[in-house]
Design a protein around this ligand. Structure first.
Ligand SMILES: Nc1ncnc2c1ncn2[C@@H]1O[C@H](COP(=O)(O)OP(=O)(O)OP(=O)(O)O)[C@@H](O)[C@H]1O
Ligand SMILES: [Mg+2]
Length: 356
């Protein structure tokens, strides 16, 4: 399928990052007048995304992900710091930048449910200045691409959440943006729709169309599968930025080496191999399962097999690696599902007056 071209003027500086956030601060005021307190939802966040990257922003509830995404999309004005898209400042060149950003928000109703998918897309296309044949061609293309052809004229209120999300995706990319911001795109979707959305993001948007993507998610498997690099954010601060593989390699971690052998051999020599921190052996249904916990399973693998296979048959070997969830726990110091929503700052104080 060919993609109808965009009418927008050429992109910004060729060598510029697709997105650069520098020392972004966003403070909210809370509470009633005299007891008004401030809290920093984003507290000096800096990171940059290269063109064509699929970049993840991960952090616990209340970490500041949505606030940061809304600042990038120019829906919120930061108290301080700068945000650049392809080298241009989002507040100084906001119109230019907005045309290059596609936004998919979570938890907010951004479509008209009484209207059909086609009518919604016509409406939003008009806001982007698309009209006539060009608009029809673009919507035909997106409806086809997202598998909405059969239902495009039905009211959205009859759609499942998954189908509605497809329309939201179409809406976000109507104007063929360079940078696509996806705030929890698979939230609340069943596994089938979530898989479709994930595949669409990676294979269609990122790999085929070459779009730069910033995605926030709570699903660690999703982040692991999709992202080239991930920024962990905690209490409004970017804690680290790396590839999923680098995170897993770099955290101080342990692996579990599990070996199943037939019968009931003497496992003590294996349990005392160098590096083994903890060990257990369980005999059940004629099979002994030996578990060794150690920093690197491979350091004990060959010796353990050698010792166990004398007189017994090895039935299976498994190594459990650290997951991105282990990384999340380590990097943010918070488990998934914990709410780090900051309580209003007792010290109070006015938000910074500089910035935009
Ligand atoms: N409009 C607002 N007014 C006051 N406080 C706000 C506002 N929007 C966000 N906050 C607060 O800012 C902090 C960051 O919220 P934000 O929604 O950005 O977090 P998040 O990382 O997206 O969380 P989640 O994972 O739950 O979506 C929270 O403490 C939240 O309560
Ligand atoms: Mg959020």
């Amino acid at each position: 399928m060919t993609e109808p071209g965009s009418t927008l003027e050429p992109a910004g500086r060729e060598d510029a990052a697709a997105l650069e956030c520098r020392d972004v601060v966003k403070t909210f005021k809370r509470g009633r007048r005299l007891r008004r307190k401030t809290m920093k939802a984003v507290d000096g966040a800096s990171f940059s995304i290269r063109k064509g990257e699929l970049f993840g922003l991960l952090g616990p509830n209340g970490a500041g992900k949505t606030t940061l995404v809304r600042c990038i999309a120019t829906l919120l004005i930061p108290d301080a710091g700068s945000i650049r898209i392809l080298g241009r400042d989002v507040f100084k060149d906001s119109l230019w930048c907005r045309q290059r950003i596609g936004l998919l928000t979570s938890g907010e109703r951004t479509l008209y449910w009484k209207l059909s998918a086609r009518a919604n897309l016509n409406f939003f296309a008009a806001l982007y200045g698309l009209s006539g044949k060009e608009r029809d061609k673009r919507i035909d293309y997106l409806v086809e691409l997202l598998g909405l052809k059969e239902v495009e004229n039905e009211r959205l209120e009859r759609y499942s959440s998954g189908m509605k999300q497809k329309v939201s995706v179409a809406r976000a990319i109507l104007h063929d943006p360079d940078l696509i911001l996806l705030d929890e795109p698979s939230l609340g979707l069943d596994p089938q729709f979530a898989r479709f959305i994930r595949q669409f993001i990676r294979e269609e948007l990122n790999q085929r169309l070459g779009k730069t993507i910033l995605i926030t998610t709570h699903y660690m498997d999703e982040a692991d599968e999709l992202c080239n690099r991930i920024a962990f954010i905690s209490r409004g601060k970017i804690v680290d930025v790396k590839s999923p593989a680098a995170y897993k390699r770099d955290i101080p971690h342990t692996e579990v080496l599990e070996i199943r052998v037939q019968g009931q051999p003497d496992t003590r020599p294996v349990e005392t191999l160098p590096g083994v921190e903890r060990a257990s052996a369980e005999f059940k249904d004629g099979v002994t399962t030996v578990k060794l916990v150690l920093p690197r399973a491979e350091t004990a693998l060959a010796d353990a097999i050698e010792l166990l296979r004398t007189g017994s048959k090895i039935l299976g070997v498994d190594v459990k690696q650290p997951t991105l969830e282990d990384v999340f726990l380590y990097v943010t110091g918070t488990s998934l599902g914990a709410d780090t929503t900051e309580k209003p700052d007792e010290a109070g104080g006015r938000p910074g007056a500089d910035g935009h």
